[in-house]
Write a protein of this length. Structure first.
Length: 262
């Protein structure tokens, strides 16, 4: 039960959606440094290319890009087909791509719901379904394939900001992950969620610029999340150490969900 084997992901094939930037990039880097083969996908082809170059410079693992616009169903199908041509199996799928939309309640547009729910929830199901055959081939006795869904603490609590579609989509994602765990366990595939707190990502940049100290004051550990925090959680879930965990929602938030102020 040595630590090198317990948390080993060397040689595993991983797909990280939204893996070129933000939390997805942090996760991708964690896998690469520990010897995995990582495919990243987002609609920003230039960002994918740059991320692949940077990640491959780290050594150990290898990075590849398959750009896709997740708002388009045909791009999701193309991504799955392309990955199937390059790899015979998939060990880990990290559903990280997401979007947000903030607006006052009385002005919140219907279009926000379509856009946010499509990317944060609908396409997670679509892509997972399309990649299930590859995940089944990646599973072995004692080492199931893994689905890791990147959720949010805003899907567990009521957020201060007026991001109605986002918080609802993440709450839906958390439950979808549990439903998938129930249905896919028999196929030797686990499904878990990381409910992430604040990290230094593009999505959080403006909020942290204006409110970082206020946000930190509401976090018991009094800091913003680091790449090691979210990458470490993914490595745990993807390795032998996490092989018996499924249907879980793990908060990676410094305690913000349980933090209280009188």
């Amino acid at each position: 039960m040595d630590i090198q084997n317990l948390f080993n992901v060397k040689g595993k094939v991983v797909l990280v959606t939204g893996g070129a930037k933000g939390i997805g990039r942090m996760i991708s880097e964690g896998y690469i440094i520990n010897g995995a083969t990582v495919y990243i996908s987002s609609r920003d082809a230039k960002a994918c290319e740059q991320a692949v170059n940077d990640l491959n410079a780290l050594g150990k693992g290898t990075a590849h890009a398959i750009p896709a616009d997740f708002y388009k169903e045909e791009d999701i199908k193309r991504l799955a087909e392309e990955l199937g041509k390059r790899e015979s199996k998939l060990h880990v799928l990290v559903n990280n791509s997401g979007s947000n939309w903030g607006a006052p309640y009385d002005e919140y547009p219907s279009a926000a719901w379509t856009r946010v729910l499509t990317l944060n929830l609908h396409r997670v199901f679509d892509l997972t379904k399309l990649l299930t055959p590859l995940l089944e081939k990646g599973a072995s006795e004692g080492d199931p394939s893994r689905i890791i869904n990147i959720g949010s603490v805003d899907g567990l609590r009521v957020p201060v900001l007026e991001t109605f579609a986002y918080s609802a989509s993440k709450a839906g994602l958390h439950h979808l992950s549990r439903v998938l765990a129930s249905h896919l366990g028999k196929r030797n595939i686990t499904s878990n969620t990381l409910a992430c707190g604040p990290f230094r990502s593009k999505m959080m940049a403006a909020t942290l610029r204006d409110m970082e100290e206020v946000i930190k004051s509401g976090i018991p550990l009094n800091r913003i999340g680091t790449p090691e925090d979210v990458a470490g959680a993914c490595l745990f879930l993807s390795s032998r150490a996490g092989s018996y965990v499924t249907g879980a929602t793990i908060t990676v938030d410094g305690g913000s969900v349980v933090g209280t102020k009188l």
